[in-house]
Design a binder for this molecule. Structure first.
Ligand code: FES
Ligand code: FE
Length: 442
């Protein structure tokens, strides 16, 4: 295979040496790289588009993206979900222009061509007269993506040659079971995803969720001051970091020695019991040891299941919440963040509300932790696009470089397991897979 070259002759391997953890900041700011990513990564792999509970009824739909192509995610029947390219087959008008809704069919506002929820063209106004019999509706079906689901998560791709979702997710499925689908009824999304623009490169966010616990005490120092985090600089290091095939990564941070944090993420007793009925013994053991869990499904779908201390006031107790997010690239220095709140369907109403409040307070659009991270990612974007930075600078993702694969008594699977979350092993895994896909000549 010939390696991809940028227009100035630079190869991806000149920019990223993932094994050594050396990365040029050019990959965070270059228009050409951004466009290549759409072609070589996002349109090749499985993209997360929606959670099944966002479209529970026949005819429910949401509009999302697969790479930079807009799509409609629609429930055609109880067990049939379609993902359709949101472009009219006549003259290319934006077919469905709302974020979500329920409909029997999609009618284009330009000339009225009308499509069923499987993409079939039902009819066009005055077709017989206007087209004089030269109109074969069957030729104008909307472009359908491949759709596969796992644990309530809907993924899509237009790549006919992509492996199955099962194969693509690999070991990550074990962790998805654990954090997205641990009770018999599963989880539901409450409310619509919050969406906002961050002036940063999407990889800064994906890498942060896949691999970066090291920033916790510094970036989120106001959390320390408010008593939400202990002041120990090693606080976020106690746990495991797991790198998986295809660039996926997760960090499971547990309680530091001598700080008695609750087990099972401080989930309510009902939920722990429901999980005991659903999960395997090794998965339960991993859940028992979980306190703060960030992770990333390559390329840009992250999860965050954390137990957040509200503060050190008396009578306050930790409340966990679960969020998932997509970092949707909109250019080299801009992405749209979609952030959903999820909770177990079985959970008591009171817990659902308290958990959602805690999510909004900490990781909503103006949440105190969320705002900290956004400032860092956009700071990287601001200062790394200058001529000298792009030409001379090398960034160093070298933490834990010499560490071996060390599963210890960690009960879960993974390609490389580190007995600390202060390592950049998952960054190297993420950028390694990124570079592999970017280098392949199609
Ligand atoms: Fe959609 Fe003409 S462009 S009906
Ligand atoms: Fe953070």
């Amino acid at each position: 295979l010939k390696e991809t070259q940028l227009s100035d002759g630079t190869k991806i391997s000149d920019l990223v040496d993932a094994e050594k953890g050396i990365i040029s900041p050019r990959i965070f700011s270059d228009q050409e790289i951004y466009e290549l990513e759409q072609e070589k990564i996002f349109s090749k792999v499985w993209n997360f588009v929606a959670h099944e509970t966002e479209i529970p009824n026949q005819g429910d739909y949401v509009t999302r993206f697969v790479a930079n192509d807009p799509v409609i995610v629609v429930r055609e029947a109880e067990n049939k979900i379609n993902v359709l390219l949101n472009v009219c087959m006549h003259k290319g008008m934006h077919l469905c222009r709302t974020d979500a809704g329920n409909t029997k069919n999609f009618r284009c506002i330009y000339h009225g061509w009308t499509y069923k929820s499987d993409g079939t063209l039902m009819g066009a106004p005055a077709a017989k007269e206007a087209y004089k019999g030269a109109f074969d509706k069957n030729q104008f079906k909307l472009v359908n993506a491949r759709v596969e689901r796992y644990a309530g998560l809907i993924f899509a791709t237009f790549n006919q040659d992509a492996p199955s979702l099962d194969e693509y997710l690999g070991d990550m499925k074990w962790y998805i079971d654990l954090y997205f689908n641990r009770t018999p009824l599963g989880m539901e999304v409450l409310g619509e995803p919050a969406r906002w623009i961050i002036k940063a490169n999407w990889k800064s966010a994906a890498d942060n969720f896949a691999s970066d616990s090291y920033h916790t005490v510094m970036t989120h120092y106001s959390g320390v001051e408010l008593g939400q985090l202990p002041p120990n600089p090693m606080f976020a290091s106690f746990g495991v970091q797991v790198a998986m095939e295809n660039g996926h990564g997760i960090g499971v941070i547990g309680a530091p020695p001598n700080i008695p944090l609750p087990e099972y993420l401080a989930l309510p007793q009902e939920i722990v019991e429901a999980a005991q009925a659903k999960l395997t013994e090794p998965q339960l053991e991993a859940l028992r040891r979980s306190n703060f869990v960030p992770g990333n499904v390559f390329p840009n779908f992250s999860l965050l299941n954390v137990m957040q201390l509200p503060g050190l006031e008396e009578n306050e107790y930790p409340i966990p919440f679960m969020s998932m997010r997509v970092w949707q690239p909109k250019g080299p220095n801009e992405f749209e963040l979609l952030s959903w709140f999820l909770v177990e369907k079985e959970a008591p109403q009171e817990f659902k509300e308290a958990s959602r409040d805690n999510y909004i307070r900490n990781f909503g659009a103006s949440g105190m932790f969320e705002a900290d991270d956004a400032e860092v990612w956009s700071g990287i974007a601001r200062v790394t696009k200058g001529v000298t930075a792009k030409k001379e600078l090398k960034l160093h993702y070298i933490m834990g470089l010499d560490a071996e694969h060390e599963p210890g008594n960690w009960p879960g699977p993974g390609k490389k397991i580190a007995q600390t979350t202060y390592t950049e092993q998952n960054s190297r895994n993420f950028f390694g897979y990124w570079a592999k896909l970017m280098s392949e000549e199609s």
